[in-house]
Design a protein around this ligand. Structure first.
Ligand code: PLP
Length: 418
């Protein structure tokens, strides 16, 4: 969690007061600090690259704003993409196809063809996908996603690497997958696994690398030498005040030393999404209503789970602060309810805050990952704006939707118009 600057008792991000941003762009609005994105990228790249050749495949499902992608392109990042739409976003942001790795699940033939036509390497998730791809082409760069039977994550819904989830090729079949690929004429270039999202511990990654190394060694004995091991993403961040950052240096040392001493593999790939983008961004919302119920004080805000779904979907904790009373002491306990007509639409529960009034600005921390990308039009509410801040300057990077745009794709059959 970031320590934001306090100027005139107000929260400042990227050299700009939160209240000024809302005055100019309204709310709700996502605010991304460009320098924070760059620093996060550097930190994780350095931890690994000082030990062995490293490639960071930014998991762009966490945030696909084109400006964010441009920043990471400039930094030299590569991409983990999970759909043809994400691939298109990255190509438009200047990434060449060889800097993208496509890892889909339950991939249709239409999508396979589209990915092949873009020249983007494919990380294969099943035997079915391998056979179907071979009918399109065998002259394509591939790797395999294995289900390592090692899982980790902040919530059951996002643990991917456990036995019998829908992801990856079961580990007892993975050697056969490589053999079959070679038989079909492919030259597999690597192995991949992703244990899950938002884990805070190093140990599952060590368990994972040991599993992957066993597979790589077995492949090496049958003459299949891989270029890379991709350990996926899932590095958690401290969302709460009392949580600590994962020890990246330890993780990097444990993992790279094993790869170097036990395999011929020359490159490690890591796929962080959350780690790079989550804490770069806050969501600003305006307090529109105050309500005292028999047991709870509610401050009603103009951002609900249509804007940021993580609290409703995963019971996630996001730290919140009153941006225009940033230095004030906490006085009361509030829950922050949103405008969506469901009881579960509460952004933050039972938080100690300074006295909150209508018109105050709430900052929701760590909103950069799985924030805007999971936003929806539920309750017919337009998607919010996004802005980028850097050294005191604010730039609009996504206009908000208009009510008119919500009707763009609907058609009323003429017989219903009589
Ligand atoms: C979601 C995902 C990631 C990124 O997860 P984070 O928790 O954001 O780091 C990486 N790789 C794959 C295959 C994913 O599905």
């Amino acid at each position: 969690m970031r320590n934001f600057e306090c100027v005139d008792n107000e929260l400042v991000i990227g050299g700009v007061k939160a209240t000024e941003i809302v005055k100019r762009y309204g709310s709700p609005v996502y605010v991304t600090d460009e320098n924070a994105v760059r620093n996060n990228y550097h930190r994780i790249y350095q931890a690994f690259s000082k030990r062995m050749p490293t490639r960071i495949n930014y998991a762009c499902k966490s945030n696909t704003n084109l400006a964010v992608l441009r920043i990471l392109e400039q930094e030299g990042s590569c991409i983990d993409a999970v759909s043809i739409g994400e691939i298109e976003a990255c190509l438009r942001s200047g990434f060449s196809p060889d800097r993208i790795l496509y890892t889909g699940v339950n991939v249709s033939n239409a999508e396979l063809k589209a990915v092949v036509s873009k020249g983007v390497p494919i990380n294969i998730d099943s035997f079915s996908e391998l056979e179907r791809l071979s009918k399109i082409t065998t002259n394509h760069t591939i790797s395999f996603r294995v289900n390592p039977e090692v899982g980790s994550g902040h919530h059951d819904k996002v643990i991917t690497g456990k036995r019998s989830t829908k992801f990856g090729i079961p580990k007892h079949q993975i050697i056969d997958a490589y053999k079959r690929a070679v038989e079909l004429g492919f030259k597999p270039s690597g192995i991949h696994a992703h244990i899950g999202s938002g884990g805070q511990k190093v140990e599952p990654f060590i368990e994972l690398i040991d599993e992957l190394i066993k597979i790589v060694q077995e492949l090496e004995t049958i003459g299949i030498d891989l270029r890379f091991i991709d350990i996926g993403g899932g590095i958690g961040i401290p969302y709460r005040l009392d949580e600590v950052e994962m020890d990246l240096d330890k993780m990097a040392e444990e993992i790279t030393s094993r790869i170097k001493s036990k395999t011929k593999v020359k490159e490690i790939i890591i796929e962080p999404g959350r780690y790079i983008i989550a804490d770069s961004t806050i969501l600003l919302a305006t307090v529109v209503d105050i309500k005292e119920t028999p047991d709870k004080m509610y401050a009603g805000i103009d951002a609900g789970f249509n804007t940021l779904i993580r609290p409703a979907m995963y019971d996630s904790y996001h730290h919140v602060a009153v941006a225009n009373k940033f230095g004030d002491k906490a006085e009361e306990t509030y829950s922050l309810g949103g405008p969506i007509c469901e009881t579960g639409d509460v952004m933050a529960k039972d938080r100690e805050l300074p006295k909150v009034e209508e018109g105050d600005i709430i900052a929701v921390y760590d909103a950069g990952a799985y924030g805007f990308t999971m936003a929806s039009n539920y309750n017919m509410r337009p998607l919010p704006r996004e802005v980028l801040v850097k050294d005191g300057e604010v730039t609009l990077i996504r206009e908000s939707e208009t009510i008119e745009e919500l009707f763009r794709h609907q058609r009323i059959p003429s017989r219903l118009m009589l």
